[in-house]
Design a protein around this ligand. Structure first.
Ligand code: MN
Length: 241
């Protein structure tokens, strides 16, 4: 596992790099957020340890910039915040900036080791779950102005609506109403944007295409795929509530 440490404080740098080295992790050091962003762009890291207060670019800004660029790439690197003041608001601020977990400073070696092992073994964040299908809750919120409550509302609405949408697809298919299916698929695609569910958007786009072509057999297969993808997304989103 290759780690990027973004930290401006010399003592903290020494402590964290020393621990990582002792535990056998390969690590690079960035003394500010801007350098961290550039290193992340040009290297293939498995995890970032991110101090929050840094010169040039803060940990919050750096995490946001990374999450934004990841949208285009469809990737997600775990970011663990290193926070000096374990204040209540810090957790929300970290989540809103797209970070996955945080450890308070001064670093407790056992706690840091445990977090790294969790990410290493499970490849999944500590605070938020992820799937290949969708963003973490923090990321969904970060695309809604950083509002976690709004993110949960959007998820609730989606969970309530998608089974109804699925039965509309089924009804329209039985009636061979291709125009209606096209419209349903188009509308569904728009709603999926909030969850970063590109794969499912692609399934919906395929349904749209097959409806346009009025290809009953292939449309049936595309609808089946869309349904199973939506059910998987639904199960994941329910786990975020
Ligand atoms: Mn700092």
């Amino acid at each position: 596992m290759k780690i990027l440490l973004a930290e401006d404080n010399l003592v903290n740098q020494k402590v964290a790099m020393g621990l990582l080295d002792r535990w056998g992790y390969e690590a690079d050091l960035a003394p500010n957020g801007l350098e961290a962003l550039n290193l992340w762009r040009s290297h293939d890291y498995d995890l970032i340890l991110m101090d929050l207060q840094m010169p040039k670019m803060s940990g919050f800004e750096c995490a946001r910039a990374i999450r934004l660029e990841e949208l285009a790439k469809g990737s997600h690197i775990p970011i663990v915040a290193l926070t000096a003041h374990a204040m209540r608001g810090d957790r929300e601020r970290c989540l809103n900036a797209g970070m996955d977990a945080y450890v308070p400073k001064p670093i407790n070696p056992e706690e840091l080791k445990q977090i790294l092992e969790e990410f290493h073994v499970h490849k999944s964040p500590r605070l938020v779950k992820q799937t290949k299908f969708a963003y973490s809750l923090a990321e969904i919120a970060s695309h809604l102005g950083g509002d976690l409550d709004l993110a949960k509302d959007v998820i609730r609405v989606f969970l309530k609506e998608y089974p109804k949408e699925l039965s509309k697809f089924q009804q329209s298919y039985e009636k061979k109403d291709f125009e209606q299916i096209k419209q349903l698929a188009f509308r569904l695609k728009g709603g999926l944007v909030y969850f970063g569910a590109e794969e499912i958007q692609a399934s919906a786009a395929l349904v749209e295409t097959k409806a346009k072509e009025a290809n009953l057999e292939e449309l049936k297969a595309a609808l089946k795929e869309l349904q199973s993808h939506l059910e998987e997304l639904g199960a994941y989103l329910r786990s975020l509530q």
